[in-house]
Design a protein around this ligand. Structure first.
Ligand code: ZN
Length: 184
C-alpha cells in the first residue's frame, strides 16, 4: 500500500480540471490503490485524484462500510436536495452545512474499463458530488450559501495549516487531521 500526501487548499492542482482517463492500465490500478489507501488512512469518506496531485478523473469513496471507485464519472442529480455537514480532507478540521442533491446516479468505468453505474443517496450521494467537483477543480466552499462561504473563507485564512510560505521546490503539506470522518 502506498499512502500519499493530501494536497491542501491553496495548491493549484485543486483548482485544475482533471483529464479523462484514456488508458485503463497498471498505472490506473495503482492510482486507485493509492487513493483507497490514503482515504482509509486519513480516514475520509472519499478522495479524488487531484487531492493527491494526479490530474485524472478518478475518485474513491468509503461510505457505510462500502469502499468503491469510479473513473470518468458522469452524474445525474435528483431535484430533491439534502442539507448537512460536509468537510474536505484538503480543508482540514472545517465542516460546513452544504446543500446537495439527495440522490445521484453516477455512470462511469471501473479500473478495468468496464462500464458501471453507482446509485447513491444521502452521504454516498454527497460524496460522489463532492469528489466529482474535485475533478472539475471545484472545492465545496464554492457550493456554500454566501453567508456560510464568508465564514468558511475566514476560517480557512485563520487555519494553522493555511498560508505557510511555499518553498522551492514546493513542500507538500499533509492533511494533519481527519475532519470528524466527514472529510471527502
Ligand atoms: Zn474534498
Amino acid at each position: 500500500m502506498s499512502i500519499q500526501s493530501i494536497r491542501l487548499f491553496g495548491d493549484p492542482v485543486l483548482r485544475t480540471p482533471a483529464s479523462p482517463v484514456v488508458d485503463f492500465d497498471l498505472e490506473l490500478r495503482k492510482l486507485v490503490q493509492d487513493l483507497t489507501d490514503t482515504m482509509l488512512d486519513a480516514p475520509g469518506a472519499g478522495l479524488a485524484a487531484p487531492q493527491i496531485g494526479v490530474g485524472l478523473r478518478v475518485f474513491t469513496w468509503n461510505v457505510d462500510g462500502e469502499v468503491g471507485h469510479l473513473v470518468n464519472p458522469d452524474l445525474s442529480l435528483s431535484d430533491e436536495t439534502q442539507d448537512g455537514d460536509e468537510g474536505c480532507l484538503s480543508i482540514p478540521d472545517l465542516v460546513f452545512d452544504c446543500r446537495r442533491a439527495l440522490h445521484v446516479v453516477a455512470k462511469g468505468y471501473d479500473m478495468h474499463g468496464e462500464p458501471v453505474a453507482i446509485e447513491g443517496s444521502e452521504l454516498l450521494a454527497r460524496a460522489i458530488q463532492h469528489e466529482t467537483d474535485h475533478l472539475d477543480g471545484i472545492l465545496f466552499v464554492e457550493r456554500l450559501d454566501p453567508e456560510t462561504r464568508k465564514l468558511a473563507m475566514r476560517a480557512i485564512r485563520e487555519a494553522e495549516w493555511f498560508g505557510a510560505p511555499q518553498m522551492t521546490p514546493p513542500t507538500i503539506k499533509v492533511s494533519p487531521h481527519p475532519t470528524r470522518g466527514l472529510g471527502l
